[in-house]
Design a binder for this molecule. Structure first.
Ligand code: MCA
Ligand code: AMP
Length: 525
């Protein structure tokens, strides 16, 4: 059985620290699901130990990757914890990815194990085995699947494999600006240092209850929300999918909620969202995409609570946060707050020189939260760091007199739709391969629900006929659904500047720029 002071034995394994946060009484409830299932802390400990022993029984090389594309479930969470316990590398993949995307990730990451939903076993196992993956298991969101069948025979006792803080814990794919996703390598130390900073900065306390309604294949749901609750020994109200009515109904039983702006926009559409419903709550956190000031203000009016907005990246976990403790300052709508303790952040000009407050420039960051680099891309990694070791976020912003950061845009070509990143270069690559297409450009336009959505602007080859709905149907058959542009228009030509670069800002103007459009995006065209 784990001892509470496991970390003090010099084991830098993130799981050891999370386990030390479990309550003394392991029979307390750790998770209650929206189907009414209750899991105790002992259940979580035993399940993750059995799964860790199953992984250990496969005799995998150190740092083997465990790729997981399954629906959200407590068992999926236990598999994440098991991967940490076994000292292996967790690779979560969005359930919306289709075979072309999965083929890329599996070829790039070369996982030793792939865990997929039972319904996808046919095509996932085929592409995994043909790529050389030795093991493919299934895991359903209803406690079924070969993974659990195999783990049932394993011991529920397991000592977390010793790991140093610098050892790899997870790979998260992100930033496909060049059309190719890059695997951000996060260490046990990156994740634990950030989890500890947020635990203290957001004032996690005994009795806190988290409503967890985010997917667990991205940083926000898997690390920021989950680590907070585990480290604090806090009960989670576990929503397999985001259902605004359910979240409002659960508010009186909880104290913390974390979401992307779209979740707040949808919660505001619920009549039942009143100050009374939110009275028991202590903290609402927003991030992953810009929270419009209208949403920030409306939330305050409707619930009496001031949303705490924070800023993060897959490469850096959380960088800045508005204060939780009012003695540190107010929560300023439209800003992403102050650099977190231990995080060094600067805004620089094109020559890499730090700019005075108020001036707009590129946001760079340094700290224990910043990743080791991109998986098997040393050259690309080197390009993303300055000579003095600051990571280039690709975001553009300014810092005010009190040190609050406002993100005004991105120099990277990126659309963030409902909290998911959509990389125009990736979509354009697929469109340009379609019959009759000469070239295309995908730009983000305003959307009341998702914040920004993509629109595809296509130029047909001479004497060719391109049907917008055919373009969208082809993309839908190939790409994750959230990536598919919501609209497609065919034009005679794409606007270009004197250098011949497509002027995406002109297209955004023409088709309805998102409220969140920076002058810098104009620069980058
Ligand atoms: C669903 N659809 C979307 C999106 N989600 N379209 C554009 N953008 C989206 N994000 C479309 C689907 O393609 C489908 O269209 C239709 O909406 C319904 O799909 P469904 O899956 O039922 O949608 P939903 O359940 O309403 O999901 C909306 C959602 C979800 C709850 C907002 O997108 C979500 O959970 N977003 C959170 C993402 C997240 O966790 N981000 C954190 C990243 P059709 O039927 O036509 O196919 S971590 C991060 O960014 C950094 C590190 C950080 O700071 O946290
Ligand atoms: P990801 O690829 O998931 O790491 O997304 C990280 C990107 O999300 C950042 O580089 C920002 O562009 C964006 N982002 C995260 N949090 C915020 C926020 N609070 N406001 C605006 N953009 C954000």
């Amino acid at each position: 059985m784990q001892t509470r002071d496991q970390t003090s034995l010099g084991n830098g394994n993130l799981f050891a620290a999370l386990r030390a946060g479990f309550p003394q009484d392991l029979d307390e409830i750790a998770v209650e699901t929206n189907q009414g299932l209750l899991y105790s802390w002992r259940d979580i400990d035993r399940a993750s130990a059995m799964l860790a022993n199953l992984l250990a029984s496969l005799d995998l090389p150190t740092h083997s990757r465990i790729a997981v594309q399954v629906e959200k479930s407590v068992e999926a969470m236990a598999l994440y914890l098991a991967t940490l316990r076994a000292g292996l590398v967790f690779l979560p993949l969005n359930t919306a990815y289709q075979s072309a995307e999965m083929s890329y990730f599996i070829a790039d990451a070369e996982p030793a194990v792939v865990v997929c939903t039972p319904g996808n076993f046919g095509w996932v196992s085929q592409l995994a085995f043909s790529a050389g993956t030795p093991y493919v298991f299934t895991l359903g969101d209803d406690r079924t699947g070969s993974l659990l069948d195999r783990a049932a025979a394993c011991s529920d006792q397991q000592q977390a494999v010793p790991r140093d803080p610098g050892d790899l814990a997870a790979i998260l794919y992100t930033s496909g600006t060049t059309g190719r996703s890059k695997g951000a390598m996060l260490s046990h130390g990156n994740l634990l240092s950030n989890a500890r900073v947020l635990h203290s900065y957001w004032g996690w306390r005994r009795g806190d209850v988290l409503i967890h309604a985010l997917p667990i294949f991205h940083v926000h749901g898997l690390f920021v929300a989950l680590h907070g609750a585990l480290l604090n020994g806090s009960r989670m109200i576990w929503c397999a999918r985001f259902d605004p009515a359910l979240v409002v109904q659960k508010l009186p039983q909880a104290s913390i909620f974390m979401g992307v702006p779209t979740l707040y926009v949808r919660l505001l559409e619920q009549e039942a969202l009143t100050p009374e419903a939110a009275r028991h709550m202590r903290l609402f956190v927003s991030g992953s995409a810009p929270l419009l000031i209208e949403t920030f203000n409306e939330w305050q009016r409707r619930t009496g609570h001031t949303i705490l907005e924070r800023y993060g990246m897959s490469e850096t976990v959380m960088l800045t946060s508005n204060p939780c403790d009012p003695s540190l300052g107010p929560r300023r709508g439209g800003t992403v707050g102050l650099p977190l303790p231990g995080v060094n952040l600067r805004v620089v000009n094109d020559q890499g020189q730090a700019l005075p407050s108020g001036e707009i420039g590129a946001i760079e960051v340094k700290g224990p939260n910043v990743f080791k680099g991109y998986w098997r891309m040393p050259q690309k990694t080197a390009e993303e760091f300055s000579a003095d070791g600051y990571f280039r976020t690709g975001d553009v912003g300014r810092v005010d007199e009190e040190g609050y950061l406002t993100i005004v845009g991105r120099s990277k070509d990126l659309i963030i739709s409902g909290g998911y990143n959509v990389y125009p270069a990736e979509i354009e690559g697929y469109i340009n391969e379609l019959e009759g297409v000469a070239e295309s450009a995908v730009v983000g336009v305003a959307d009341a629900d998702f914040g920004e959505v993509g629109i595809a602007v296509v130029v047909a080859k001479a004497r060719a006929q391109v049907e917008p709905r055919t373009v969208l149907a082809s993309l839908k058959a190939t790409l994750a659904n959230f990536k598919v542009p919501k609209r497609c228009v065919v034009v005679d030509a794409l606007p270009r500047n004197s250098m011949g670069k497509v002027q995406k800002n002109v297209l955004r103007e023409r088709f309805g720029a998102a409220q969140f459009v920076s002058r810098y995006q104009e620069h980058s065209g």
